[in-house]
Ligand binder design. Structure first.
Ligand code: V47
Ligand code: SF4
Length: 374
């Protein structure tokens, strides 16, 4: 954190910068516009952008940075969609495809029963054949073994896929999942809402409008959800801004989003080639811009799996207030070449946060503090 004399100097520099008018809005707590967002993306003044985002972050969360004790489970990577940016998925029958039966999922949960996990995050591909009863049984078995953990499961894309496959309404799928024990949806599948990008990269997938409708419907039924942006591929700065603003509008309508997660694209083993490598500048600017534009989102997550632990730590001074969690087993980023570890212990997460000058706060899925014995 900047403090005392340094803070005054930083303040004066910002007031003299090309972004002084946006600084005024941020200080006054005013909403910043699409044009402001575009100017911020075009600006190379990363430290001023970070200073502005950090003002908002500090106002909301002070020195607190959140982390969660969680377990990721991917039930299957078999998927009908074949998004060009995805190294995780396989077609049915293709080498490398996998599927976990309900009792294998139960084993994964049981194996870690000695750990104080508070969230189980479950996602997979859009499988062509699995019956709806499989998804409900999967959730029920997790809740049976670990009743105290929150099940955060199935993206809006998986929910829409189930509705289509079963020939039932989205609300019916959501209500059945909720009854089985799902309390929140992960934020995946949003990618970039732009039709142009979706036509190029994931034309088979639920479109942006459909994704927002599922999320809003979940909120109306009393479920919460996260939201993501997949950045660092073919999207333009304007498409990033418009994606974030579509989420801001949806959040104005329902208030149901918990956190926003910019996902840094990992390119290995994907069908997108010839890109310039993603830069640290782009990572920090995207985090900061998200914090500044999403004035109605309480939290911005620096997902260390995609960013790498070191960049995620720096992002805590550029608008992010959450590092996600222990994870333990991660396939989506690692099959696409992520060089981060697959797991961080609670001690490692907390020491990353402390080394950034912040106070670690263990949270549950909904950002309620979790009090630990040790
Ligand atoms: O929707 C796919 C993304 C998402 C790649 O809600 C890729 O707390 C980077 O949504 N490089 C799934 N990203 C993961 C996800 C998520 C992860 C952690 C926490 C939460 C949460 C949600 O992964 C997909 C897609 O956008 N993805 N391929 C790739 N090559
Ligand atoms: Fe399937 Fe999701 Fe991968 Fe797209 S990103 S191919 S929907 S698993």
């Amino acid at each position: 954190m900047i403090s005392g004399q340094n803070s005054d100097i930083a303040q004066r520099l910002v007031e003299q910068s090309e972004l002084a008018d946006i600084h005024e809005k941020v200080v006054a707590g005013q909403r910043i516009s699409r044009e402001d967002g575009l100017r911020l993306f075009e600006s190379q003044d990363l430290l001023t952008i970070g200073f502005l985002a950090n003002l908002v972050r500090q106002r909301r969360h002070g020195q607190q940075t959140y982390w969660v004790y969680n377990q990721h489970i991917n039930y299957s990577n078999i998927c009908i969609n074949g998004c060009r940016f995805c190294a995780f998925s396989r077609k049915l029958g293709e080498e490398g495809g996998f599927f976990l039966a309900v009792d294998q999922i139960a084993d994964k949960v049981r194996q870690r029963l000695h750990e104080p996990i508070t969230e189980i995050h479950v996602v997979g591909g859009c499988h062509p054949d699995l019956p709806f009863s499989y998804y409900l049984d999967l959730v029920r078995v997790i809740k049976e073994i670990r009743p105290e953990a929150t099940v955060k499961a199935f993206t809006a894309v998986e929910v829409a896929h189930l509705a289509q496959k079963e020939g039932i309404a989205i609300s019916e799928v959501l209500l059945a999942l909720k009854k089985a024990g799902v309390e929140a949806l992960p934020g995946g599948g949003a990618e970039v809402f732009s039709n142009r990008v979706r036509q190029l990269l994931c034309p088979e997938k639920l479109n942006g409008k459909g994704w927002l409708e599922v999320a809003k419907e979940a909120h109306q039924l009393g479920m919460r959800s996260n939201a993501t942006l997949l950045y660092g591929h073919l999207e333009t700065a304007a498409e990033r801004v418009d994606h974030i603003l579509a989420l801001r509008k949806a959040q104005d309508e329902t208030g149901g989003f918990i956190t926003f997660i910019p996902l840094a694209f990992q390119s290995a083993n994907t069908n997108i080639s010839g890109l310039q490598p993603r830069t640290g500048f782009a990572d920090l600017k995207t985090i900061a811009l998200s914090r500044l534009l999403l004035d109605n989102f309480a939290h911005i997550k620096a997902y260390w799996i995609m960013l790498g632990a070191k960049m995620a730590q720096v992002a805590l001074h550029f608008g992010a207030d959450d590092l996600d969690g222990t994870v333990m087993e991660e396939r989506i980023g690692h099959m696409a070449g992520a060089s981060s570890a697959e797991a961080l212990t609670p001690e490692e997460l907390q020491s990353l946060i402390r080394a950034a000058g912040h106070e670690p706060v263990q949270r549950d899925t909904f950002f309620n503090p979790v009090h630990r014995e040790n």
